[in-house]
Write a protein that binds this ligand. Structure first.
Ligand code: ZN
Ligand code: ZN
Ligand code: FE
Length: 754
């Protein structure tokens, strides 16, 4: 039978993940002749052989693709047979402005861990990697992905590495960061007395000893520095919190292996799969055997992860403790540090030693945080291992720059029909973080050859992100915060039609100038209506409530029961609150001084958490709702009553019920569980009303409140039971870290309409 020839174009995440060697091996297996090469569109294959062999070859491209790759699109065209003598791998070409995907960083693979014990030139070599694993995004400067465009450029490959690099049958064929003991990066340990250790066995022994004896060490990781200490040593963890500027947030823990994870946390099969995936995120899991108090400050879940750099494995082999706190190497609120000189200076007062290595981190990326709800992954912080994977859109996105919002910033760039979300940036109010924003915008723009033509921003005029948008000098499309949340969820699910949107979060500026956050929308990508929202109450002291949730409890009680009730019951509910501050808040409420109106779901959770005395004062973002969720009994199946009237949801009966149950001395777990159930039932009731009027059956859930596992799990199940098709965020955070995708989707849609 005569041979035929195909030209096969593969797009998606196909570079830097061992795709060409994979194609080569596949071609050899199926007796295909031809050629494979990278270009900045993706991977191009020319394949010749008999029809049947080609059929299986093409089938197996999808079936057996490398784990970290992601094929979005295969285009196959028949062409004339050229008569290739064999199958060969070509170099990378850069010939158009269209871009390909860049691989996220990949955890060290099992084969490399084995090579570390057996390959003479890589014995105990901490920077071992291959085409299936190793740093990618964190070291890349521009495309196409080649060694000279990464921070590996200064390291000259030795003969041995080069022969592997050029051998198509080797696992390190064209592995750009390939390195060994003779030619690659190396660690050095800086001690407070100025001593610097350069010999690896000495470094490892010293660090293990220091950690086991309660010290804090700064470790240069893949995308930035970590601060590490023994997670089983309360004194060490408390000291770390104090030195890190009294940080309140729960801290992530790296466990030596699955056995150690299982000892301390409940792990479902889905969670285990995520923990072991090549992305190696931090996974939030429920506590089984409590870790020291300072790790998560009494919350019922802890973020756990497994080792992902060769060094992590080497360290645990030496350590006695099976668990290390691994928190971002920064001062509270600042971005994670990557610069070695800055790190050595800043960590002087925090760490008892600083471990660094001589390869530059070009793109800083924090650890990603994720969780599993109803059997599906839900990202909370999208960074290492996920960024810069793209999201494919229905609209053309070229040239749209969505700036994100202020507190949990992440921005997005539109390219073709794709969106590239930046890594987690952080709180832009911090000048260092604003610098990180700028740096990351420059880097990603260069990497993806992005030029802004249109900017999408939040309505809030004071956000730094909004100012950044205006400073570009480009036309700005303003997108309402809660509409953007729902649009983000829609974009993720490839939806472009009218849906019912439930958008719950802490704060976002509404079109009426008030603070929104308990929103029921009917929207498509271009616009929205607001058929229902929570009743407005006062937010005494504006942003002050964020640190003092008790102010919201006072506000709700004042709103429903008046000042007399509060004065009378001060001791009962607010004994932990300073009397003077309490009186001042009453004066503010009475005279409406510095009391913006809010209908935020986050503030409602704050109020209930404070009223139950679970969290009257908050030391980190969303602590009060997290603690309320943490104590809640999720098996409670009946909530409090509430009232729907004239497009609004009223909570007076809810607070009456809460007070009644508190009076009767019901356990907190029951009251908190009942409150969660109330919100779930309320969502279903309002959705029913909207659906009855509009006929809509698709519901999108988004906003930071849906990071609450109980709320999300129960709402999804109840709405599904009622026959709705429910969409929630998975690939992109439901919190403000996912909002840039929504801003971009709305701007793209409106641009088409214009
Ligand atoms: Zn490997
Ligand atoms: Zn070498
Ligand atoms: Fe929000």
């Amino acid at each position: 039978m005569a041979d035929i020839a195909y030209r096969i174009e593969i797009k998606g995440l196909v570079q830097g993940v061992g795709f060409r060697p994979f194609i080569y091996r596949l071609a050899t297996r199926h007796a295909i002749r031809g050629h494979v090469e990278n270009n900045n569109k993706g991977v191009l294959v020319r394949a010749e052989g008999d029809k049947k062999a080609l059929h299986f070859f093409i089938r197996d491209i999808r079936k057996d693709a490398p784990e970290a790759s992601q094929i979005l699109f295969i285009n196959i065209k028949k062409e004339l047979v050229k008569g290739f003598p064999d199958f060969s791998i070509g170099a990378s070409h850069s010939f158009s402005n269209e871009i390909t995907e860049v691989s996220p960083d990949i955890a060290v693979c099992d084969d490399c861990l084995k090579d570390m014990k057996t390959q003479p030139h890589r014995l105990d070599y901490s920077f071992i990697n291959c085409t299936h694993c190793g740093p990618r995004f964190s070291i890349i400067k521009s495309l196409p992905y080649d060694r000279n465009k990464t921070t590996m450029a200064p390291f000259k490959m030795c003969e041995e590495c080069r022969s592997e690099y050029t051998d198509v049958s080797d696992r390190r064929f064209h592995a750009q960061p390939v390195a060994c003991n003779h030619c690659g990066p190396a660690y050095s340990l800086h001690l407070p007395n100025g001593e610097v250790l350069e010999k690896f066995p000495d470094i490892l022994n010293r660090i293990a000893g220091l950690l086991d004896s309660g010290n804090i060490i700064a470790l240069k990781g893949m995308g930035g520095y970590h601060l590490a200490c023994n997670a089983l040593d309360e004194n060490a963890v408390r000291l770390l919190r104090i030195r890190k500027n009294r940080e309140g947030k729960p801290m992530a823990v790296m466990f030596a292996n699955m056995k150690a994870v299982r000892k301390f946390l409940y792990v479902s099969p889905w969670e285990e799969k995520l923990l072991n995936s090549w992305r190696r995120p931090i996974v939030l899991m429920r506590v089984k055997k409590p870790l020291p108090f300072s790790v998560s400050k009494g919350l019922d879940s802890v973020g756990g992860m497994l080792p992902y750099m060769p060094f992590h494995y080497q360290l645990f082999e030496k350590l006695n403790t099976p668990a290390l706190v691994m928190t971002s190497g920064n001062l509270s609120g600042e971005p994670v540090l990557t610069d070695d000189q800055v790190a050595l200076k800043k960590f002087k007062s925090i760490a008892d030693a600083v471990l660094t290595y001589n390869r530059e981190i070009y793109n800083r990326v924090d650890d990603s945080v994720t969780m599993v709800v109803n059997g599906m992954e839900r990202l909370i912080r999208r960074s290492r291992g996920y960024v810069p994977s793209s999201i494919t859109m229905k609209q053309q996105t070229e040239g749209i720059f969505a700036v994100g919002v202020e507190l949990v910033n992440c921005f997005a760039l539109g390219k073709g029909d794709k969106v590239f979300l930046s890594q987690y940036i952080g709180d832009l109010k911090n000048p260092e973080t604003l610098g990180f924003y700028d740096e990351s915008f420059q880097h990603l723009s260069q990497l993806f050859r992005f030029k802004p033509l249109l900017v999408a921003a939040d309505l809030h005029p004071d956000y730094f992100s909004t100012r950044f948008a205006k400073e570009t000098g480009m036309p700005v499309e303003f997108v309402q915060h809660h509409h953007a949340h729902i649009a983000s969820c829609m974009a993720e699910h490839y939806l472009d039609e009218k849906v019912i949107g439930v958008s719950f979060d802490g704060t976002g500026l509404g079109t009426d100038g008030k603070i929104w956050g308990g929103e029921f929308l009917v929207c498509d990508l271009s616009g929205f209506e607001r058929p229902f929202h929570f009743e407005y109450v006062l937010q005494p002291g504006g942003d002050a409530v964020i640190h003092q949730p008790w102010r919201m409890a006072v506000s709700y009680l004042y709103h429903y029961f008046g000042e007399d009730f509060l004065r009378h019951n001060y001791q009962k509910f607010f004994s932990s609150v300073d009397r003077e501050a309490f009186d001042m808040v009453l004066v503010m409420l009475n005279n409406k001084i510095n009391c913006p109106e809010t209908c935020s779901a986050g503030r409602l959770f704050d109020a209930v958490s404070a009223l139950l005395n679970i969290c009257p004062e908050s030391s980190f973002h969303a602590e009060a709702p997290m603690r309320l969720e943490s104590v809640a009994d999720e098996s409670i199946s009946a909530g409090y009553t509430f009232t729907l009237l004239k497009k609004q949801v009223f909570f007076k009966p809810v607070f009456e019920g809460l007070l009644h149950d508190m009076e009767r001395g019901e356990p907190l777990s029951k009251i908190a569980g009942k409150f969660h159930q109330t919100v779930v039932e309320m969502i279903a009731k309002v959705v029913d009303e909207i659906s009855a009027k509009t006929g809509l059956k698709k519901v999108a859930l988004s906003g930071g409140s849906f990071q609450n596992k109980i709320l999300l799990a129960k709402t999804e199940l109840l709405l599904q039971k009622k026959g709705y098709k429910v969409y929630s965020q998975q690939k992109v955070p439901a919190n403000d870290g996912g909002i840039a995708l929504g801003q971009l989707a709305v701007a793209a849609k409106r641009r088409v309409k214009k």
